[in-house]
Design a protein around this ligand. Sequence first.
Ligand code: ZN
Length: 158
Amino acid sequence: MKRHVTGFERDAEGHWVARLDCHHRQHVRHHPPQFDRPWTATEEGRASRIGMALECVRCDDFEWPAGLARYRTTPRFVGGATPAGLLRDHSTKRGVWGRIVVEEGSVVYVAGARRCTLRPGAGGSAADGTGVVVPEMKHHVEPAPDAVFAVEFWRPPG
Ligand SMILES: [Zn+2]
C-alpha cells in the first residue's frame, strides 16, 4: 500500500530510515546507481520529502508495527446483531490499526485479497496477523450467527 513519510530517523548503523504514517519504518538509502537519493544527506533534502508516498510491503503483509497502544475497544458484537457497517467494506482512518478479537463462534474476515476464519484463541492475535486490520485497507466481516467478537483500535501512545 502507498504510505506517506512523516519524518526520518537513523538506525543503529547511521542509515536513514523514513517513518511512515502507518507507523512502519523504511530505509531510504543513498546507494547509486540502485538507490539514487542524494536528498537523504541534508536536513533540507529530507524535510522536502515529508509527505512523499512510498510503497509499504509491511502493510501488504499485515505486519503489526512496534510501539502501538490500544486506546479503544468496541462493545461485544453478537453475530446476528452485528452493525451493518461492519458487514460491508469499510476501513479505519490513517494510522489506526485494529484487531478483531473473537470470544465465541467464528468470524470470516475479508481484507484485500485475504480471507480467513477467526476463532477464539486463533486469530485476533497481533502476532499471527489473521485478525489484523490495516489502516485505510478496505475490509469487512461475516460473523457466524452465534459469534461474539469485539474490535480493538491501536495507535502510538500520545
Ligand atoms: Zn506500513
